[in-house]
Design a protein around this ligand. Structure first.
Ligand code: DAT
Ligand code: MG
Length: 151
């Protein structure tokens, strides 16, 4: 049971559509611990670093415009296999193809405005958490962890 941390962004469309509590509750009820949370209107610099791997793609300018257009909620989540667990909760990139039961599958019809970001590997998570939470995170145990994180 590897305890991992992952970076989640509840993107501008999630905030604007009033879906923050809906999205957050799915991670929270799953058993992932919130170890960092803040509302941010990101700078172009942070947004560009976050999506650096996509800098050569044709959609990069519109991606940066979207992610900096309005506040988002940055979350750091912790728990057993948190990176993969969170990606499964979020669903496939395009809301039209994402499975029902996932956040994107239940609420989205777009590839660009797809509500939530989740780190795609432990290495990405470490880099992204450093970028969005340079001040560090908060460590604690949730009372239900001994009931949730069993083999
Ligand atoms: P994911 O967010 O599922 O990890 P990704 O890393 O491939 O997807 O792309 C990052 C974001 O860029 C994605 O959430 C939405 C946007 N995006 C990806 N492909 C796109 C495309 N073909 N057209 C427009 N936006 C795209
Ligand atoms: Mg990605």
């Amino acid at each position: 049971m590897p305890v991992q941390r992952t970076l989640i962004l509840l993107k501008p469309d999630c905030v604007q559509r009033g879906l923050v509590s809906e999205a957050l509750s799915r991670f929270e009820r799953k058993g992932l611990r919130i170890v960092g949370m803040k509302l941010v209107k990101p700078t172009a610099e942070v947004a560009g670093k976050h999506y650096a791997e996509h800098s050569a793609r044709p959609f990069f300018p519109s991606l940066l415009e979207f992610i900096t257009s309005s506040p988002l909620v940055a979350l750091a989540l912790e728990g057993d296999s948190a990176v993969t667990v969170a990606r499964n909760i979020i669903g496939a990139t395009d809301g039209r193809a994402a499975a029902p039961g996932t956040i994107r599958g239940d609420f989205g019809l777009s590839k660009g405005n797809n509500l939530v970001h989740g780190s795609d590997s432990p290495e990405s998570a470490e880099r992204e958490l450093g970028l969005w939470f340079p001040e560090g995170l908060v460590s604690y145990q949730r009372a239900d962890t001994v009931w949730v994180e069993t083999p």
